[in-house]
Design a protein around this ligand. Structure first.
Ligand code: UD1
Ligand code: MG
Length: 454
């Protein structure tokens, strides 16, 4: 395959979103939408990636850093004008140019490849356009093509007549053009149209006037090329991404009890024979190994769940939570920067922060690792097979030895040796019959008070 360069349009901040954040930085599945696109396009190993920036460009450059090149478009005079700004960065580039829109973030690498293949087919089209048929053609530009996919005309919704608006084949915005031809075509694009803009789509019409063919490749699944221009479309993009991911996770061998209630992050990794119950949410950085069960209403972020582990219902695993093989975390348990060793259990109402728990340990209901003194965080180490009684406070830094027992209700602030039993609670006061005597005396008093009042 020829060398490829990608040009990603992101100069318009997205007025319809009414946001202080640039449109392409709005997250879908926890990740800026433009990063979804750059990552996918990376599979083509582009020689160059040029991002066209304009409004809020500091935000875009801060988010993407040095992994791409930038060309500034100021002012924004249309999509054709935007691509023109890449001419400096692509000076002398003879390969294929793939034009992508930062607000059309879910185009698959496979689709991009098929467009580049089409560009080099025997009929040598000047431009290859990615078309699609959305359920609602909305404001999309139309691709007027014959049944062989040869394009007769590209027309924007605002410029289209009734017959053209009736055409259901729409422009996704994605295009492939040879680097050697792109800028000559762009130089001839004018702005006499409904919006007074330099339309990228006009390069197709200009090539046609020169007697050159252009071709449309039709994208089977319209969801792949949905544009995001409003908050409602952003919500729809999130919904569609989640649908894709749920299908992928189930194809990978996981059971989702109610797929529509499970929300993944862009990087969630789920193994085989994992069961995920209803209403589970994954933040970024979560991995779940084979055979684990995530029960209803759990929230996992930056967490690693080992093979055969059980989580929840109602568990919260925060960044740095690691559960080793067969470990169990039950309801209302929170873990943060904590390792729960193989087969260890924290079944109820517990906070484990900045802690390591050895294999086979049992953390009783209501155990809290007190890891923060208001200024610094401190570590709690719990040895293998240790037994922590219910409602214990482990005041870090502290170490509980292997096989040790901490009695229920203890507030432990000094290390416990291996095999030791530690009880930290007040001596018990035992008064047999005291309660009976108390009740008798009080009842008599109350009777006397009633009689006095009559
Ligand atoms: C564009 C297409 C339309 C297509 C639709 C698909 C044109 C003329 N129209 O319309 O045919 O159906 O996308 O979603 O190409 N941008 C710049 N500089 C500019 C203008 C836009 O960088 O001067 C960027 C925007 O930031 C955005 C992308 O180009 O990422 C598309 O611009 P937008 O204004 O959303 O175009 P649409 O009206 O959606
Ligand atoms: Mg758009």
């Amino acid at each position: 395959m020829k060398n490829v360069a990608t040009v990603i349009l992101a100069a318009g901040k997205g007025t319809r979103l009414k946001s202080g954040l640039h449109k392409v930085l709005h997250p879908v599945a926890g990740r800026a939408m433009i990063l979804h696109l750059i990552d996918e396009a990376a599979q083509l190993q582009p020689e160059k990636t040029v991002v066209i920036v304009g409004e809020y460009r500091d935000q875009v450059q801060d988010a993407l850093g040095g992994q791409v090149e930038y060309a500034v478009q100021e002012p924004q005079l249309g999509t054709g004008h935007a691509v023109q700004q890449a001419s400096g960065a692509l000076n002398g580039f003879e390969g294929d140019v793939l034009i992508l829109y930062g607000d059309v973030p879910f185009v698959k690498a496979e689709t991009m490849r098929s467009m580049l293949d089409r560009l080099h087919a025997a009929d040598a089209p000047a431009v290859v356009v990615l078309g699609f048929r959305p359920p609602d053609t909305l404001r999309y530009g139309r691709v007027i093509a014959d049944k062989f996919g040869r394009i007769e005309k590209m027309v924007e919704h605002k410029d289209a007549n009734e017959a053209e608006r009736a055409c259901t084949l729409c422009n996704s915005g994605v295009m492939a053009v040879k680097g050697s031809e792109l800028f000559e075509l762009l130089a001839r694009v004018g702005n006499t149209n409904a919006q007074g803009e330099y339309y990228l789509t006009d390069i197709v019409n200009l090539a046609a006037a020169d007697g050159r063919n252009s071709a449309v490749v039709e994208c089977e699944d319209h969801r792949e090329v949905t544009g995001v221009n409003s908050r409602a479309e952003l919500a729809a993009a999130e919904r569609e991404w989640q649908e894709f991911k749920r299908a992928e996770v189930m194809d990978g061998g996981a059971t989702l009890k109610a797929p529509e209630t499970v929300f993944f992050s862009w990087d969630t990794e789920i193994g085989e024979d994992v069961t995920i119950e209803q209403n589970v949410v994954f933040g970024p950085g979560a991995k779940v190994a084979n055979g684990a069960t995530i029960r209803a209403f759990s929230h996992l972020e930056g967490a690693t769940v080992g093979e055969g582990c059980e989580v929840g219902p109602f568990a919260r695993l925060r960044p740095g939570a690691v559960m080793e093989k067969g470990a169990k975390v039950g309801n209302f348990v929170e873990m943060k920067k904590a390792v729960l060793g193989e087969g260890a259990k924290a079944n109820h109402l517990t906070y484990l922060g900045d802690a390591t728990v050895g294999a086979g340990a049992n953390i009783g209901a209501g155990t809290i690792t007190c890891n923060y003194d208001g200024y610094f965080k401190h570590k709690t180490e719990i040895g293998e097979r240790a037994f922590i009684g219910s409602n214990s406070a482990l005041i870090a830094p502290v170490r509980i030895g292997a096989d040790a027992i901490v009695a229920a209700g203890s507030a432990v602030s000094r290390d416990v040796a291996d095999g030791e039993m530690r009880m930290v609670r007040a001596e018990q006061l035992v008064k047999p019959g005291w309660a009976d005597r108390f009740h008798d005396a009080m009842k008599r008093k109350k009777e006397a008070a009633k009689r006095g009042g009559e």
